[in-house]
Structures are given as C-alpha cells and as structure tokens.
Design a protein around this ligand. Structure first.
Ligand code: GAP
Length: 457
C-alpha cells in the first residue's frame, strides 16, 4: 500500500492504465511471445467489448439519430490511383532523420531544434543524417509479381473509400445534399514514433463521417458539426474539463484542409488530439474527377439540375484512440474504508453503463446450499438483455473489487434471504451502495439505472 500513497496515488498514469489493460484482458501487446510487434496491439475479451460498444455508440449517433446519414464499409485495399488523387502519395509524409551511430530514427519536428541544427543525435550525440521525407503509407504488392505495376497501399484513412462511393450512394439511396456517409474501419500508417500504448499505432481504427454540402454553406456546416461532435462527448459522459478545442494553424493544416479543429483530450501524458473536424472543401472530389476521368458532380434535381462538386465536412475520430480516452477517463483509485481498514484502496473504472464490457455480474454469496444454482438461474435470465459475468470464487469483497476494476457498474448478490423471499442485493459500482430488489424486477430496474445514469465522481 505504501507505494500507492506516493504522489501518483489516486491518479491515472499511462503505466497504470497499460498494466491494468493487460492484467484484466483489455489490451495485449501484439505477438508478445516473440518480443512484441511495435505499433500493433490485440484487444482481449474486455477490450473488444469496450471497443465494440464505443463503435456502437458512435454508429448510433451518426446513423440512427441522423436521417441524412447512411453507412458504408469499403475495402481497405483500393486502386493505387486513389492515393495519387487524394494527394497521399505526394504529401502524406513526416520529416525523418536517422542517427548514423546508434541507428535511432526520429521525427525531425519532434527533436530539439538545437540538435537538428547541429545534426546531433539527442540520444547518443552521434551524427544525424539530413532530413528526408518519409511517406507514412504502407506499400505492398498484389498478385504474384513484385514489380511497380503491382504496388498497392494499405489505406491510411477510411475517408477515400467514402469519396469514391459517393455517387453510388446517391444513386442507390436517393440521397440529396446535404447528406453524410459514415464508416468505421481499419487504417494503417507507418508511424515513426509509436508510444503511449494504443495512442499512436501503425494499425488502428477510425470512425469517420463525410458530410457533403454545397460550397458556400460549408463554413456553416463546419461549425454545426463542431457543435454536434462536442455535444456527443458530453452525452457519452466524458469529463468535459478534460476536453478542449485546438484550431490548426497554417503550418499544421493537412494538404486537403481549408480549416480544421481538433478535439483534444487531457490524457495522462498531456493534451492530445482525439478527433478532427475538417473542412476539406471540394479538393477530394475534384481530384478524383481529374484522376478517374469520371464526373463527380452532384446534380441538384430540385434546382433546375444545377451541377456542382460538393464540399466535404469531415469528422474523423480514432476508435482505438477513443478506447484509450475512455479508459483514462474512467480510471479512478479511491481509498475506501468499507472493510474497517482505511488503508484499503480500490481501482475502479467508472465506465458509463452503456459502454461497460460487463453490465451486470451475478455473485452467489456461497457456492453451497443451492445459492450457486439460484445465481446461475438469475444470470441466465439477465443474459437475454445484458452483458453478464458470473463469479463464485473467493471472498465477496474481493469479487466486488475485481468487478470494480473491470468497470462493471452493477453486481447482483444472491444470499440465503434470496432463497426465502426472492430478493437479491443490487450493488452499485460508483457509490458501493447496496439495496435489496425482488429478482423479478431486476431487468426493469437495471434498464432504468442505465438510462438515468449520471456520473458523480
Ligand atoms: N481522414 C482524416 C484523417 O485521417 P487525421 O487527423 O490524420 O485525419 C483522424 O486522423 C483521427 O484518427 C485522429 O484524430 C486520431 O484519433 C486517429 N489517428 C490518426 N493516426 C493515428 C494513429 N497512428 N494511431 C491511432 N489513431 C490515429
């Protein structure tokens, strides 16, 4: 306990988050038995549930709650001309320097200016190479011949799959501008520096929505989407004092953007980008017109068949980065004296119940006297409506702690009284309060608790 009473007591650090994630099966290092693969992570049983729920919350927000947005799942492998048109072959680069002595590789914009000017390695003092452009796209070959004709890229953003399909979707779904297309999927970037756990990785997932508008209305829609994306995180129950806006300066703007704002989150390592809202103008569709030779104009049937290339407002969030944000946001340690010992600490993930990997855990007080069977019956019933867990191993206090650490918002305990009067104990993760509830009312009570949940700590 003593080491917990140091300056980090009660606070989230990346070390604690990473270690909890591994210990509880949220995230494992990829190919760990071979020493790990840089920039790649595997999502374990709790991690995949959390990731799926974050994705589902975003999908519901973007599609179900917006009549003018439809979904898409485009292929990762796209025609290589796509990436010439999008500007990624030419512009999607980081400045790179290598140390000739220790062979370390750095992003030139992330080492001290004096080192760059003196060409001196910040690690070993050795000589640095000249700065060169390094393209972040993973290049591979398709088919049996490994020649230039067979080069193909792993997509570095999901957006382009939407642009090349925008006419298909207008035709098949009779969409009228303004309208949006949402997509969740993998993206790949050969990042030079991958650190901070799953924050920046080579393989990751994005949740992107491209909103097609008429030029001239783009700034209005840009502001509207900024407002909506901010409200989304508020609804998700994220600590709002941990979020802020950052507008891109002229040097930061991506090659396609006229204006861009990041929503930044205060991670344990500081303020970092969580999501970007971009005004991409008509850049992408113009370029695809030019490179494909296909007409990408929208024909406004309601306005004398007026033709124009739409502007695009993009909201682009990292799904895997959202997983990290939600883990950090939920992480808490508190000193509790519920066992008469005021040195007793608990680690608790205060997930919103709609995001928690397990919604309700059913725990028999004892394995014997029919309590385990009764608890399993109750679990079977709850399973139809909620993600459940069952645990009969060890002292009840320790079992509660295990569920707290996994972020399970509700525990149902079955005891001797349950056999007599059909009631169970419902324990709340955040307050640790316990109440008795007739087991027949559990489902409706849990539904109500989830709906009315407000984070208090
Ligand atoms: N389509 C626009 C686009 O891709 P971006 O700012 O490069 O814009 C959008 O990326 C979001 O994708 C970021 O805000 C971040 O959440 C996530 N992201 C980008 N690169 C990432 C990486 N290497 N690892 C994890 N997430 C990443």
């Amino acid at each position: 306990m003593a080491e917990q009473l140091n300056e980090y007591a009660g606070k989230a650090t990346m070390e604690k988050i990473t270690s909890l994630a591994k210990r509880r099966g949220f995230v494992f290092q990829s190919s760990e038995i071979y020493g790990g693969q840089n920039g790649a992570w595997d999502y374990g049983p709790l991690g995949i549930e959390l990731k799926n729920r974050i994705a589902a919350a975003w999908w519901k927000e973007m599609t179900q709650l917006h009549d003018d947005i439809v979904g898409l799942d485009a292929a990762i492998l796209m025609h290589p001309r796509t990436w010439e048109a999008s500007g990624h072959v030419e512009n999607f680069t980081d400045p790179l320097v290598d140390c000739k002595k220790c062979k370390m590789r750095f992003r030139a914009d992330q080492i001290p200016e004096e080192n760059l000017a003196a060409k001196k390695c910040p690690e070993c003092g050795g000589e640095l190479t000249d700065t060169r452009k390094f393209n972040l796209m993973f290049k591979t070959h398709i088919g049996p011949a490994e020649d230039t004709a067979s080069i193909i890229y792993l997509r570095p953003e999901t957006a382009q799959g939407i642009y090349v399909n925008y006419k298909n979707i207008i035709q098949s779904n009779r969409m009228k501008i303004p309208f949006g297309i949402a997509q969740i999927g993998k993206a790949f970037r050969n990042e030079i520096v991958t650190k901070n756990f799953i924050f920046r990785t080579c393989e990751f997932e994005q949740m992107e929505m491209q909103y097609f508008v008429k030029g001239g209305t783009d700034e209005e829609w840009f502001n509207e989407w900024r407002r909506r994306r901010w409200a989304y995180y508020e609804k998700l129950g994220v600590k709002m004092d941990h979020l802020r806006w950052h507008q891109h300066g002229p040097g930061e703007l991506a090659h396609y953007a006229k204006d861009a704002y990041d929503i930044e989150y205060l991670f344990p390592m500081g303020w970092r980008e969580l999501e970007g809202v971009h005004n991409r103008t008509d850049y992408d569709l113009r370029r695809h017109t030019e490179y494909s030779g296909k007409d990408m104009q929208y024909i406004d049937q309601d306005n004398n068949s007026e033709r124009y290339i739409p502007y695009i407002i993009e909201t682009s969030a990292g799904l895997t980065r959202n997983v990290l944000m939600i883990l950090c946001d939920a992480y808490d340690e508190e000193q509790v004296a519920d066992k008469g010992n005021d040195d007793d600490w608990r680690t608790v993930l205060r997930f919103h119940p709609s995001l928690a990997p397990v919604t309700v855990a059913v725990l028999p007080l004892m394995k014997k006297d029919g309590l385990a069977e009764l608890a399993q019956d109750i679990r079977r019933e709850l399973k139809e409506d909620f993600a459940t867990d069952y645990d009969q191993a060890g002292a009840i206090g320790r079992r509660y702690r295990r569920q707290d650490e996994a972020g399970t918002p509700f525990c149902v305990t079955v005891d001797y009284q349950s056999k007599e009067d059909g009631t169970v104990t419902l324990r709340f993760r955040d307050s640790m309060e316990q109440i008795r509830v007739p087991k027949a009312e559990l489902t409706s009570r849990l539904r109500q608790e989830i709906k009315e949940y407000k984070r208090t700590k």
